[in-house]
Write a protein that binds this ligand. Structure first.
Ligand code: PNS
Length: 167
Protein backbone atom coordinates (compact mmCIF):
# COMPACT_ATOMS: atom_id res chain seq x y z
CA UNK A 1 0.00 0.00 0.00
CA UNK A 2 1.28 3.45 -0.87
CA UNK A 3 1.68 5.57 2.26
CA UNK A 4 1.35 9.27 1.58
CA UNK A 5 3.84 11.36 3.54
CA UNK A 6 3.56 15.15 3.64
CA UNK A 7 5.88 17.82 4.97
CA UNK A 8 4.39 20.89 6.68
CA UNK A 9 7.30 23.35 6.65
CA UNK A 10 7.57 26.73 8.33
CA UNK A 11 9.20 28.95 10.92
CA UNK A 12 6.69 28.29 13.75
CA UNK A 13 8.09 31.15 15.86
CA UNK A 14 6.00 30.43 17.90
CA UNK A 15 3.49 27.71 16.89
CA UNK A 16 -0.08 29.10 16.93
CA UNK A 17 -3.53 27.56 17.05
CA UNK A 18 -3.70 28.25 13.32
CA UNK A 19 -0.70 25.95 12.77
CA UNK A 20 -2.28 23.30 14.99
CA UNK A 21 -5.56 23.58 13.10
CA UNK A 22 -3.72 22.89 9.86
CA UNK A 23 -1.75 20.02 11.40
CA UNK A 24 -5.00 18.43 12.56
CA UNK A 25 -6.49 18.75 9.07
CA UNK A 26 -3.30 17.41 7.45
CA UNK A 27 -3.12 14.47 9.88
CA UNK A 28 -6.58 13.41 8.68
CA UNK A 29 -5.72 13.18 5.01
CA UNK A 30 -2.06 12.12 5.00
CA UNK A 31 -0.72 8.86 6.40
CA UNK A 32 2.21 10.70 7.93
CA UNK A 33 2.79 14.40 8.48
CA UNK A 34 6.23 15.81 9.23
CA UNK A 35 6.13 19.30 10.73
CA UNK A 36 9.44 20.75 9.60
CA UNK A 37 11.06 23.80 11.17
CA UNK A 38 13.54 25.60 8.94
CA UNK A 39 16.95 26.27 10.50
CA UNK A 40 17.35 29.74 9.07
CA UNK A 41 20.59 31.52 10.03
CA UNK A 42 19.40 34.63 8.12
CA UNK A 43 16.34 35.17 10.29
CA UNK A 44 16.55 36.21 13.95
CA UNK A 45 13.96 34.18 15.80
CA UNK A 46 12.43 34.67 19.23
CA UNK A 47 12.73 30.96 20.04
CA UNK A 48 15.58 28.64 19.12
CA UNK A 49 14.82 25.80 16.75
CA UNK A 50 15.13 23.36 19.68
CA UNK A 51 12.60 25.36 21.74
CA UNK A 52 10.18 25.44 18.82
CA UNK A 53 10.64 21.71 18.26
CA UNK A 54 9.88 21.03 21.90
CA UNK A 55 6.71 23.17 21.81
CA UNK A 56 5.51 21.52 18.60
CA UNK A 57 6.19 18.04 19.95
CA UNK A 58 4.24 18.81 23.12
CA UNK A 59 1.33 20.32 21.17
CA UNK A 60 1.06 17.52 18.59
CA UNK A 61 1.53 14.48 20.84
CA UNK A 62 -2.14 13.49 20.42
CA UNK A 63 -1.71 12.81 16.68
CA UNK A 64 0.25 9.57 16.31
CA UNK A 65 0.98 10.11 12.61
CA UNK A 66 2.53 13.56 13.20
CA UNK A 67 6.09 14.30 14.21
CA UNK A 68 8.26 17.40 14.24
CA UNK A 69 11.78 17.80 12.90
CA UNK A 70 14.17 20.57 11.97
CA UNK A 71 15.69 20.89 8.52
CA UNK A 72 18.16 23.03 6.63
CA UNK A 73 18.90 23.39 2.94
CA UNK A 74 16.27 23.01 0.29
CA UNK A 75 12.79 21.87 1.25
CA UNK A 76 12.63 19.60 -1.81
CA UNK A 77 15.80 17.78 -0.66
CA UNK A 78 14.42 17.30 2.83
CA UNK A 79 11.12 16.04 1.37
CA UNK A 80 12.94 13.57 -0.88
CA UNK A 81 15.03 12.29 2.06
CA UNK A 82 11.86 11.66 4.04
CA UNK A 83 10.13 9.91 1.13
CA UNK A 84 7.43 12.59 1.07
CA UNK A 85 5.11 13.10 -1.89
CA UNK A 86 3.54 16.38 -0.75
CA UNK A 87 4.17 19.71 0.93
CA UNK A 88 1.34 21.11 3.01
CA UNK A 89 0.90 24.89 3.28
CA UNK A 90 -1.87 26.97 4.76
CA UNK A 91 -3.58 29.81 2.94
CA UNK A 92 -5.44 32.23 5.17
CA UNK A 93 -6.34 34.98 2.74
CA UNK A 94 -5.73 36.17 -0.80
CA UNK A 95 -2.68 38.07 0.50
CA UNK A 96 -0.94 34.74 1.22
CA UNK A 97 -1.63 33.43 -2.23
CA UNK A 98 1.05 35.18 -4.28
CA UNK A 99 3.92 34.21 -1.97
CA UNK A 100 2.64 30.67 -1.65
CA UNK A 101 2.08 30.26 -5.38
CA UNK A 102 5.61 31.47 -6.13
CA UNK A 103 7.09 28.97 -3.66
CA UNK A 104 4.92 26.15 -4.95
CA UNK A 105 5.92 26.85 -8.57
CA UNK A 106 9.59 27.04 -7.62
CA UNK A 107 9.42 23.82 -5.62
CA UNK A 108 7.71 22.14 -8.58
CA UNK A 109 10.50 23.38 -10.85
CA UNK A 110 13.09 21.97 -8.42
CA UNK A 111 11.26 18.64 -8.04
CA UNK A 112 8.29 17.95 -10.28
CA UNK A 113 7.32 14.82 -8.32
CA UNK A 114 6.53 16.84 -5.19
CA UNK A 115 2.98 18.25 -4.96
CA UNK A 116 2.07 21.29 -2.89
CA UNK A 117 -1.30 20.97 -1.17
CA UNK A 118 -2.96 24.12 0.19
CA UNK A 119 -5.46 23.99 3.01
CA UNK A 120 -7.41 26.70 4.80
CA UNK A 121 -7.39 26.91 8.57
CA UNK A 122 -10.66 27.53 10.43
CA UNK A 123 -12.02 31.03 9.69
CA UNK A 124 -11.28 32.02 13.29
CA UNK A 125 -7.57 31.77 12.51
CA UNK A 126 -7.65 33.52 9.16
CA UNK A 127 -6.07 36.68 10.60
CA UNK A 128 -3.68 34.95 12.99
CA UNK A 129 0.09 34.92 12.49
CA UNK A 130 3.18 34.22 14.61
CA UNK A 131 4.35 37.79 13.94
CA UNK A 132 1.15 39.31 15.38
CA UNK A 133 1.27 36.92 18.33
CA UNK A 134 4.84 38.06 19.12
CA UNK A 135 3.80 41.70 18.83
CA UNK A 136 0.70 41.35 21.03
CA UNK A 137 2.71 39.40 23.61
CA UNK A 138 5.47 42.00 23.69
CA UNK A 139 2.86 44.72 24.34
CA UNK A 140 1.14 42.74 27.09
CA UNK A 141 -2.07 41.98 25.17
CA UNK A 142 -4.39 39.02 25.65
CA UNK A 143 -3.52 35.90 23.68
CA UNK A 144 -6.30 33.54 24.73
CA UNK A 145 -7.47 31.45 21.79
CA UNK A 146 -4.48 32.31 19.62
CA UNK A 147 -1.84 29.99 21.02
CA UNK A 148 -1.80 26.89 23.22
CA UNK A 149 -1.36 27.63 26.95
CA UNK A 150 2.10 26.02 27.04
CA UNK A 151 3.26 28.33 24.24
CA UNK A 152 1.77 31.34 26.04
CA UNK A 153 3.64 30.49 29.24
CA UNK A 154 6.95 30.27 27.36
CA UNK A 155 6.24 33.39 25.36
CA UNK A 156 5.48 35.46 28.44
CA UNK A 157 8.57 34.08 30.16
CA UNK A 158 10.73 34.89 27.14
CA UNK A 159 9.41 38.41 26.85
CA UNK A 160 9.25 39.00 30.59
CA UNK A 161 5.73 40.37 30.32
CA UNK A 162 3.15 39.87 33.05
CA UNK A 163 0.18 37.69 32.12
CA UNK A 164 -2.69 39.86 31.02
CA UNK A 165 -6.04 38.54 32.23
CA UNK A 166 -8.09 40.41 29.59
CA UNK A 167 -9.95 38.00 27.32
O1 PNS B 1 6.55 29.94 7.75
P1 PNS B 1 7.39 30.49 6.63
O2 PNS B 1 8.53 31.29 7.20
O3 PNS B 1 6.57 31.25 5.64
O4 PNS B 1 8.03 29.23 5.87
C1 PNS B 1 8.87 29.40 4.76
C2 PNS B 1 9.52 28.07 4.35
C3 PNS B 1 10.29 27.47 5.51
C4 PNS B 1 8.45 27.09 3.91
C5 PNS B 1 10.47 28.35 3.15
O5 PNS B 1 11.27 29.44 3.45
C6 PNS B 1 11.34 27.17 2.78
O6 PNS B 1 10.87 26.15 2.36
N1 PNS B 1 12.68 27.32 2.95
C7 PNS B 1 13.64 26.27 2.71
C8 PNS B 1 14.65 26.65 1.62
C9 PNS B 1 14.04 26.41 0.25
O7 PNS B 1 13.72 25.30 -0.13
N2 PNS B 1 13.87 27.52 -0.50
C10 PNS B 1 13.22 27.50 -1.79
C11 PNS B 1 11.72 27.57 -1.59
S1 PNS B 1 10.89 27.88 -3.07
Amino acid sequence: MNRVIAIYPGSFDPPTNGHLDLIQRGAKIFDELVVAILRNPEKTALFTVEERLEMLRECTGQWKNVHAEAFDGLLVDFARNRGAQAVLRGIRAVSDYEYELQMAWMNRKLDSSLETVFMMPAADYSYLSSRLVREIASLGGALAGFIPPLVETRLRARLGVKLNSRK
